[in-house]
Design a protein around this ligand. Structure first.
Ligand code: HEC
Length: 154
């Protein structure tokens, strides 16, 4: 029992000193100002995101010049929340985590996302509005559990 209490106190002491502090490169505390979904849609079309992406409500356009013809779906039904942290990261640092559900060679070259880099041409306001627009296109649906048939009893 004494050992248990000692361990408990040690754990509490450790979490008070270091364990709970976020690392300096953590995203904790990051919050975007409010955006406008309609303006976001206009930016989506102006920046030609639809050269590589499909999304409900915007037609796809043919990829310009040498950009590959891709149809990576955005929005739709998802079983885990798509946070604005996820969306911002996907836009400004696409190679950080590649979209799930696609073979690596379809979405990346040598581990780098095929997505265009907008960081030098997109304003922060455009980014904020884009994220609000994209967020509005995701619908959270409950995770469907796989039902296994019960084995017949002995
Ligand atoms: C040249 C093609 C191309 C263009 C143009 C492009 N993307 Fe992408 N995008 C990709 C590819 C390929 C992926 C999948 C790999 C990855 O996750 O980076 C992707 C992934 C994403 C994801 C993550 C999707 C997921 O399911 O995780 C978001 C969000 C996204 N793009 C938004 C945008 C927005 C907004 C624009 C316009 C400002 C844009 N993209 C323009 C190619 C493109």
């Amino acid at each position: 029992m004494a050992k248990f209490i000692f361990c408990l106190l040690l754990t509490v002491a450790m979490s008070m000193t270091s364990g709970c502090d976020p690392r300096p490169d953590s995203g904790k505390g990051f919050t975007l100002p409010e955006g406008d979904a309609e303006a976001g849609k206009a930016n989506y079309i102006r920046l030609q995101c639809n050269a590589c992406h499909t999304i409900n409500g915007v037609d796809q356009i043919a990829a310009e010049g040498k950009t590959p013809e891709l149809s990576i779906a955005l929005g739709g039904e998802v079983t885990r929340v798509t946070t604005y942290g996820d969306l911002v990261t996907s836009i400004i640092n696409p190679s950080h985590r590649l979209a799930r559900g696609y073979p690596a060679d379809v979405v990346s070259v040598n581990g780098k996302s095929k997505m265009k880099n907008y960081n030098d041409v997109m304003t922060v306001s455009q980014l904020v509005d884009l994220v609000v627009f994209l967020e509005s296109k995701y619908t959270l649906v409950p995770y469907e559990r796989t039902v296994y048939p019960l084995f017949p009893g002995p």
